[in-house]
Ligand binder design. Structure first.
Ligand code: FAD
Length: 479
């Protein structure tokens, strides 16, 4: 896209605009979206804070290399559609990423303005451009879809890794089919992340862009059960991408874990998000007790805690490290606090106790202190002997991480794995010819944007494998 010279004088000293949110009282009983998005006036101010750097570090820091400088210059001029077009060159998911990407770890962390003041709110600007373009995208996707004619590629799983690979491959005329085990598309973005963070219609509309490009989606199809990877090759697919994610929850491994009222975050969130289980009238409701304890400090823990609160339960997050070490997006932590979720830091569960009917009633915890840094670079929690204490709770949700989904790997012994994760080379290729992988099934629980980065790199590698004359740029390769 043509480079635009800024016609404005950047002013980074203007205050970073706060994202308006639904008030905490309303949202504690509602599944409505919490973050409301900037007003046009706020966009005008925030976009002007961008220095329009000659060498924009934010663009390099974005795993998709979105041309942030160029889209922001258009936002200052009120050309929101133009801004959306710039983003769309790299990503069909600005509505999703504008809401759930951890910008503070990537583009906003690299923003030069942030060295002296608060960084430019790139995520909120991206979201505004996406929301502005929704009507036009709806009209566009209602038109006759494209009919690619190239080679056939199968993508397994419909999470962000596969979806961006589908976008890139379909734009290169490949005939792409996405096979998804569940009945809904989007991976964690549909079954894990709640509607109050990522409204379903936004995800659906952005996936519709792929359908418009001619991508086919097959749901209720488990690769490894409904068909094997070999079967896909026999069906004429010339390459397969595995983006099956990390949906196998870790268990706490403590006595009482099988009591009624104890869930993994995976089950709790899937039942609520996909099966409307927050509604007591639903076929399979999830009933929370007077008090819920959520164990963990990542995005799953925040989502589970915020749902439990919305379902009327007093909610405590029990985390074995301190607030600084929480892994969830900062915005979600702050929103959880505003909504009245209580945090107990430096404590971990050691046993669960139930009543005579097998319903959980109490959690025995132990206090922790922080020791030496562990493999993750964070200081590791160390139990304090003799510091046990008990908290009453009728619902317990374990949100302590997930391992890769194992079904496909079990049915495909030729695939090399390490601790359940599929092993890939620098091109995203697995040990099986023609089979590529990326996202959480390779990294373990990670982020939407890194899954997209992997999907993009694998799509480039697949293109190169199926069209050997194609050159792949170094930055498209997973390191
Ligand atoms: P997934 O999104 O897990 O998708 C994999 C898909 O493959 C699933 O739909 C699954 O059903 C399907 N599948 C599995 N096995 C098979 C099979 N054999 N055949 C066919 N289909 C199969 N990251 C952020 O950046 N921001 C956030 O706010 C955020 N919040 C999160 C909240 C929760 C509750 C969780 C659990 C994670 C969150 N993450 C967040 C992490 C992020 O969602 C993941 O890193 C990302 O979705 C991984 O993408 P993926 O494409 O690798 O896999």
């Amino acid at each position: 896209m043509e480079e635009k010279k800024p016609k404005f004088k950047p002013n980074p000293k203007l205050p970073r605009q706060a994202l308006p949110v639904l008030n905490a009282e309303v949202r504690s009983t509602s599944a409505r979206e919490v973050a409301l998005g900037f007003s046009a006036e706020q966009v005008g101010i925030e976009a002007q804070r961008c220095l329009q750097c000659a060498k924009p570090t934010c663009v390099n820091a974005c795993p998709l290399h979105i041309d942030i400088k160029s889209f922001i210059v258009r936002m200052v001029e009120g050309d929101y559609q133009g801004a959306h077009d710039v983003i769309s060159e790299q990503s069909p998911f600005p509505g999703v990423c504008g809401r759930v990407c951890q910008h503070e770890l990537f583009c906003e962390d690299a923003c030069i303005v942030g060295k002296k003041w608060d960084p430019v709110a790139i995520g909120s600007l991206e979201r505004f451009a996406a929301d502005h373009a929704r009507l036009r995208m709806k009209e566009l996707t209602a038109e006759e879809p494209a009919h690619p004619t190239g080679k056939k590629v199968a993508l397994v799983g419909s999470g962000p890794a596969s979806l961006i690979a589908a976008y890139d491959l379909a734009r290169k005329n490949y005939r792409v089919t996405v096979f998804e085990a569940l009945h809904r598309l989007g991976g964690v973005m549909i079954y894990g992340i709640p509607n109050f963070r990522l409204p379903r219609e936004i995800l659906k509309e952005e996936i519709a862009r792929l359908q418009h490009l001619g991508v086919e989606f097959v749901t209720d199809f488990i690769v490894g059960k409904t068909a094997t990877v070999e079967d896909l090759f026999e069906e004429g697919y010339e390459a397969v991408f595995i983006g099956t994610g990390a949906g196998l929850p870790y268990m706490m491994g403590i006595p009482g874990e099988n009591l009624i009222g104890v869930y993994t975050a995976n089950e709790f969130l899937t039942r609520i998000n996909l099966m409307e289980a927050f509604d007591p009238e639903a076929d399979t409701p999830v009933l929370v007790g007077e008090r819920t304890i959520v164990v963990g400090g990542g995005n799953s823990a925040m989502d589970a805690a915020r749902w439990a609160k919305r379902m009327g339960s007093e909610t405590i997050v029990l985390y074995r490290r301190g607030r600084e070490e929480l892994k969830a997006r900062l915005e979600e932590i702050e929103h959880a606090e505003e909504e009245g979720v209580v945090f107990h830091f430096l404590a971990a569960p050691v046993a669960l106790y139930g009543d005579e009917n097998g319903f959980v009633q109490e959690v025995e915890c132990i206090r922790m202190e922080l020791g030496e840094p562990d493999d993750s670079g964070r200081r590791s929690p160390v139990p304090v002997p003799g510091s046990e204490f008990r908290i009453k709770a009728q619902t317990v949700v374990a949100a302590i991480g997930q391992a890769p989904n194992p079904t496909l790997q079990k049915a495909t012994p030729e695939l090399k794995t390490k601790r359940g994760k599929i092993v890939i080379d620098e091109w995203g290729a697995t040990s099986m010819a023609g089979v590529f992988a990326g996202g959480d099934v390779v990294r373990g629980g990670s982020t939407v944007i890194l899954a997209m980065k992997d999907g993009r790199a694998a799509a480039a590698a697949i293109d190169r494998a199926l069209n050997p004359q194609v050159e792949v740029a170094a930055e498209e390769v997973t390191q």
